[in-house]
Design a protein around this ligand. Structure first.
Ligand SMILES: [Zn+2]
Length: 186
């Protein structure tokens, strides 16, 4: 009996203490999200962190003599559905695998880029080397973007989306659709 009492008085507090520390640790390491409700209205502008990163990307690229053009930012679900139809039910080639609500663009967390050449024409040529440094401008921009914290669609295995840059903040499309968002200050 004494052995059991000793066991309880010694180990129970230790186990409780460890459990509480673990729970606090878990809580502190949870990616912070805000809940805006399922079916919440889509974003009308870029997330402030993405907006800042976008401007930094354009700045840093211009220092390498690359004129980056941001061709798309926030997209409505209707617009996303239109793009999804391209190459499927409407003319053209497939440009996306995401339907309305399935793209980070719909939540203000993605941008698309292209390159402007010296004549001011917008190019979607991933081999163009306008600054003549032996590297494709497109890939140079992707490298800068990744350093800033973007995920690049050109790295995807199944469907390479070379113009696409996104920041997920650890949130899946499923979570975004369920109404979770990154906090505005993150
Ligand atoms: Zn995109």
């Amino acid at each position: 009996m004494r052995g059991l009492t000793h066991f309880i008085t010694t180990w129970v507090p230790i186990i409780l203490f460890v459990a509480i520390v673990f729970m606090i640790y878990q809580e502190a390491n949870q990616p912070e999200t805000i809940y805006v409700g399922e079916g919440a209205t889509e974003a009308s502008e870029l997330h402030p962190v993405v907006e800042k990163a976008k401007n930094e990307l354009v700045d840093q690229a211009s220092k390498k003599d690359i004129d980056v053009m941001i061709t798309d930012e926030v997209r409505s679900k209707e617009r996303q559905d239109e793009l999804y139809a391209r190459g499927r039910t409407t003319e053209g080639t497939v440009v996306t695998h995401a339907q309305g609500g399935e793209s980070y663009h719909n939540y203000g967390l993605a941008i698309d880029y292209a390159i402007k050449n010296n004549n001011g024409n917008v190019l979607w040529d991933i081999h163009y080397d306008g600054n003549n440094n032996g590297e494709s401008d497109w890939f140079e921009v992707a490298e800068i973007a990744k350093e800033i914290g973007f995920e690049w669609g050109g790295d995807w295995q199944h469907f390479k989306d070379y113009p696409h840059l996104q920041m997920t903040f650890g949130l899946s499309i499923n979570e975004l659709q369920k109404g979770y968002r990154p906090p505005p200050d993150k």
